[in-house]
Design a binder for this molecule. Structure first.
Ligand code: PEP
Ligand code: MG
Length: 580
């Protein structure tokens, strides 16, 4: 039995058999084979290594022709690595000793090599880890050949164990058979975690090399509430977690009963609870969970699920579906926020050294105007189907917002000329997710119809901590006093200028923050549909006066630890039964 601590990404408990996912969706179960099959597996391995070596050699020649010898040398490393007899011997030894399949044995050896490279202090060699992933994918493609299994059609319930899952993989996963996720990398607000929460699947991230610690078919417990996984649990551990799972489900059932109750504090202040969605199908679930509207529709997921840019018609259909499901309730469509950890194959190779600070989101759109205009057309066309509003992400200067608005005005003119109906007075809002936007919030209240605070990115940029990097996850906290000051500043600026303000980062759906946010003056929040009931429960159990007292106290603290301890105590005092 091994117990590992990671970061809680999506609550709940799952117990099931492991399916290890390779970075390219390969399923590589640990299968042992009969002794008579061993020579076949070794032949398969040799053929795959040879085919990969030839491919690399052709790539090297093509690169030399197009880009010169300097670039082509990158492939020398690949070629040498694949041809190294020690690589083959290591894999063959595992096949012969444990009777593993060639694919599983090769994956094990590559995992071990990747770990060795990661530990090398030399930055050049450390960087080669990426090449190793590349090599692994290439060889496995040949080893698995047609045996590659389809992740979208699982045949039995499994816990997915992977280095990471891209948003598009997560969206396409067979949800019915996916019990839980245990992931090597990431943080609480990385997009894998956000999507796990959206799907309501228990998940733990930042588990380091969980992919190397467990093998396909082994039993794994994922305790998403406490950020723990247990591999090969003994009988008592299984019984304990079964009990925890039943408790969690009972508790979730109680919360669901709140669905039709209003989100109103004990002293009568109503709070607007909106939902964050990633795909149109999610809208219905959001309204079933009691959402009063869609506060954030992350449209980029449409772009991640296909290798090409979705057509205007496909985009329009998706937006229309959401607007219709909302049945007159507000729907805030955020324009595509691609880049950083949300890369679409249609974007082509991205060369940003620092993708989070690079050409992402609105910056990318403003440089790819054809694609952006098509996207805006689709949103505007859907605007006549309900109370559709538009929101621009990642703004850090007034000029960017003006440029985005000017592009929207151009698109409106085109539609008008073509006689296509749209809502001319569509409210135009923006995300406040860079420290620059927060500091300039008063200015922005003159330019935007509404503001929505994106604490996932705001925390990342304020603290200079990559939200998806597990190695600095201990430094990432939305309750850091610096972040709280910026949030407070934005709320005050919006109130002074009577501009609507909401908060749509993961902070909004995190129950311990709820009283603080209300106390800071927030009366609208947008969150994963699954989080709505637990937030509603806090709102209905507290008073605005108490929340304001909490906020006053918290704003005097200097350290995030103090803030967290105090908020935890306040939360426990609210209802000792709560386990979320
Ligand atoms: C945010 O940054 O807080 C946000 C809501 O946007 P995303 O998580 O999609 O970056
Ligand atoms: Mg963001």
């Amino acid at each position: 039995m091994i117990t590992k601590k990671g970061i809680t990404a999506s609550p709940g408990v799952a117990i099931g058999s492991v399916l290890v996912l390779d970075t390219e969706e390969y399923r590589i179960p640990r299968r042992t084979i009969d002794v008579v099959q061993l020579p076949g597996q070794i032949r398969n391995l040799d053929a795959a290594l040879e085919a990969s070596r030839q491919e690399v050699s052709e790539l090297r020649m093509a690169a030399a022709r197009k880009l010169g010898d300097e670039t082509a040398v990158i492939f020398d490393f690949h070629e040498q690595f694949i041809s190294d007899p020690k690589l083959r011997d290591g894999v063959v030894a595992l096949i012969e000793k444990h009777h593993y399949t060639a694919a599983f044995a090769f994956g094990q050896v590559m995992n071990q090599r990747q770990r060795q490279f990661q530990d090398i202090p030399d930055p050049y060699l450390k960087e080669r880890v990426r090449d190793l992933f590349d090599i692994e994918k290439r060889v496995l493609r040949h080893v698995l050949g047609r045996a590659r299994e389809d992740m979208t059609r699982l045949t039995e319930p499994v816990i997915i164990v992977a280095n990471d899952i891209t948003p598009s993989q997560a969206i396409l996963l067979d949800r019915q058979h996916t019990l839980g996720f245990a992931i090597n990398v990431g943080g609480q607000t990385s997009h894998t975690s956000i999507i796990a929460r959206m799907l309501g699947i228990p998940a733990v991230v930042a588990l380091n090399d969980i992919t190397a610690d467990v093998a396909g078919g082994e039993l794994l417990v994922v305790d998403g509430t406490n950020g723990i996984v247990v591999a090969n649990p003994d009988k008592e551990t299984i019984a304990r977690y079964e009990e925890q799972r039943r408790n969690y489900e009972r508790f979730a059932g109680k919360l669901r009963a709140l669905r039709d109750e209003p989100a109103i504090t004990r002293d009568g202040v109503p709070i607007q609870l909106l939902a964050n969605i990633e795909v149109p199908q999610e809208a219905e679930h959001a309204f079933e969970s009691g959402a009063e509207g869609i506060g954030l529709y992350r449209t980029e997921l449409l772009f991640l699920a296909t290798p090409r840019i979705p057509s205007e018609e496909e985009q329009y259909e998706a937006f229309r579906k959401v607007a219709q499901a909302a049945d007159g309730k507000p729907v805030i469509i955020r324009t595509i926020d691609l880049g950083a950890d949300k890369l679409s194959p249609a974007m082509g190779p991205q060369h940003d050294h620092n993708p989070v600070l690079g050409l992402r989101s609105l910056r990318y759109c403003l440089l790819h105007l054809d694609m952006f205009k098509m996207h805006l057309r689709a949103i505007l066309r859907a605007s006549v189907e309900g109370d559709v509003r538009i929101m621009f992400p990642m703004i850090s200067s007034v000029m960017e917002l003006r440029q985005a608005k000017a592009t929207l005005a151009d698109v409106m003119e085109d539609l008008e000329e073509e006689g296509i109906p749209f809502r001319r007075d569509i409210p135009i809002g923006m995300m406040v997710e860079t420290p620059a936007a927060a500091l300039l919030s008063t200015t922005f209240t003159r330019e935007a119809a509404f503001l929505s605070i994106g604490t996932n990115d705001l925390t990342q940029y304020t603290l200079a901590v990559d939200r998806a990097n597990e190695r600095v996850a201990h430094l990432y906290s939305a309750h850091n006093p610096a972040v709280l000051k910026l949030i407070h500043q934005v709320i005050r600026a919006a109130h002074r200028r009577k501009v609507a303000v909401s908060l749509c980062g993961e902070m909004a759906g995190t129950a311990i923050y709820c009283q603080l946010l209300l106390g800071l003056g927030l009366q609208s929040m947008s969150m994963a549909p699954a989080d709505i009931p637990s937030i509603k429960r806090v709102i209905r159990a507290t008073t605005m006066e108490h929340c304001q007292m909490i906020a006053r106290k918290v704003m005097q603290f200097d350290a995030d630890r103090q803030v967290l301890n105090y908020l935890r105590d306040e939360f426990r005092g609210l209802d000792p039964e709560d386990q979320s």
